[in-house]
Design a protein around this ligand. Structure first.
Ligand SMILES: *Cc1c(COP(=O)(O)O)cnc(C)c1O
Length: 343
């Protein structure tokens, strides 16, 4: 497929990055063992590294963020328990209903505010009394960043206090935790410390090909490890993949600021164009509205400029910056949205 060739600029997501030569060399050099026996030194190093960095006792390497969130929910909640979650959250809307399907856990979705927070009065109202009529409310699940937006740090502290008062656990879908930390100008553990468990994707802006890590207490992670095996996520010589994750943590965290800066540049340039409205930029994401009638032309221009965009049927588009988008790519992206004939 044309879009997989490296001379295309792919802004569909930050999942599309390819491991560079240095990351591949780190993978090739990885010491490995059978991780189901706990024998893979590179997996163990990655798990310990993220647990330490984020201030938790233990970590667990998983093939995907979806599975990491799933086993976290299953570790926090038993059959008949419920978690409170945003109506548009990944852990509710974009994970195939896994918590309900596989965990017998009831989601209690509530509408998010535009900044991605769940209003705490609504959270409090959603907590059920202890009564056999109701599922047992056990957990609040948040997402940071949320459509690129970092959740306000003072909100996290207030959410933590609320959960403490009601005996709820707190899980963070931190697929893009490091984007939030870089944007907030704080170490990632300053965000993570409000939660009982955090799932981090290595395969988004950090640029690893595969993998997420769940961190939490020893007790929580040992339950999650069991569910990882049950759900088919026990991998063997996974150190090859964990090595890419370690390399990403060493080399690709601070550079997220470059993606954010590039996203800001792109947003600024797009905002000057006549067919682009309501431009918003948050960390590595840019959102724009285009007139619906221009969608077919936009598709055609994207193709001819070798730019991959997610162009659906709605006028709101999301453009995602990442480490495979160089500075000189931005002119080509802007040209897709412009009315000028192709140079
Ligand atoms: C990507 C993502 C995940 C996990 O997705 P996988 O593709 O399963 O790794 C979870 N939450 C959010 C917000 C994400 O963007």
């Amino acid at each position: 497929m044309a879009g997989t060739s490296p001379d295309w600029i792919d802004l569909r997501s930050d999942t599309v990055t390819r491991p560079d030569a240095a990351m591949r060399a780190a993978m090739a050099a990885a010491e490995v063992g059978d991780d189901v026996y706990g024998d893979d030194p590179t997996v163990n190093a990655l798990q310990a590294r993220l647990a330490r960095d984020l201030g938790f006792e233990a970590g667990l390497f998983l093939p995907s963020g979806t599975q990491s969130n799933l086993v976290a929910l299953m570790a926090h909640c038993a059959r008949g328990d419920e978690y409170i979650v945003g109506m548009d959250a990944h852990t509710y809307k974009y994970e195939g209903g896994g918590a309900a399907v596989l965990g017998s856990i009831q989601p209690q979705p509530i509408p998010q505010a535009v900044d991605g927070t769940l209003p705490l009065d609504a959270v409090e109202r959603a907590i059920k009394p202890v009564d056999p009529h109701f599922a047992r409310t056990r957990l609040l699940c948040l997402e940071n960043t949320w459509h690129g937006r970092p959740l306000p740090l003072d909100y996290l502290a207030r959410a933590r206090a609320l959960c403490g008062r009601h005996g709820l656990g707190m899980h963070l879908d931190g697929a893009r935790l490091y984007n939030a930390a870089v944007a907030d100008g704080v170490p990632a553990r300053e965000i993570a410390r409000h939660f009982d468990s955090v799932s981090v994707c290595l395969s988004k802006g950090l640029g690893a090909p595969v993998g997420s890590v769940l961190v939490g207490s020893d007790a929580l992670v040992s339950v999650a490890r069991r569910w990882r095996k049950v759900t088919g996520g026990g991998m063997r010589q996974a150190g090859l993949l964990a090595a890419a994750g370690l390399h990403a943590l060493d080399h690709n965290v601070e550079r997220l600021a470059e993606d954010h800066a590039r996203a800001a540049c792109l947003a600024k340039a797009l905002a000057t164009l006549p067919d682009v409205a309501n431009v918003e930029q948050h960390t590595n994401m840019v959102f724009v509205d285009v007139p619906p009638a221009t969608l077919p032309r936009l598709r055609e221009r994207a193709e001819s400029h070798r730019v991959r965009l997610s162009i659906g049927d709605t006028p709101r588009l999301r453009l995602v910056l990442h480490l495979d988008v160089p500075d000189d790519a931005l002119d080509r992206v802007v040209a897709v949205f412009s009315r000028e004939p192709r140079q």
